[in-house]
Write a protein that binds this ligand. Structure first.
Ligand code: CA
Length: 132
């Protein structure tokens, strides 16, 4: 599936490797020119339709890092370009900053966001890459 952000249309790719969030951030950049950790640049009303298009590749029991974090200010989540989140459908009880150590975000249970450790290699990743 593709999403247009600014003047660039991106396609999502799943990276099925266990990494921590920082490694996922880097590996997305290294995947292709202009590639980055996924920003879910659509509203909740569009989300189901959009995420379902990438869902066939997603295992609902797995977590997938996306390009969101609250590394700068606890509880204030931004995307990796410093913008506010458009898609904000958190899993019930999330974000909870569990253990005071959850400052990165993953997609869990298919469609929902959860705050997640940045440094434990627990999740796969979703990258977005300019369509060529
Ligand atoms: Ca946090």
């Amino acid at each position: 599936m593709a999403v247009t952000r600014g003047e660039i249309t991106y396609v999502y790719r799943v990276n099925n490797t266990f990494q921590n969030w920082h490694q996922a951030f880097e590996s997305c950049y290294n995947m292709a020119w202009g590639s980055k950790l996924a920003i879910l640049d659509f509203d909740e009303s569009e989300a189901e339709e959009n995420i379902v298009k990438i869902l066939p590749e997603l295992d609902p029991s797995m977590c997938y890092y996306v390009g969101y974090h609250d590394l700068f200010y606890e509880g204030h989540f931004l995307d990796i370009e410093g913008r506010e989140l458009r898609y904000t459908k958190w899993f019930e009880g999330q974000p909870d900053n569990r253990g005071g150590d959850e400052n990165c975000v993953s997609l869990i249970n298919g469609l929902k966001l959860a705050d997640t450790s940045c440094h434990k290699p627990n999740c796969y990743a979703i990258c977005m890459e300019p369509e060529t």
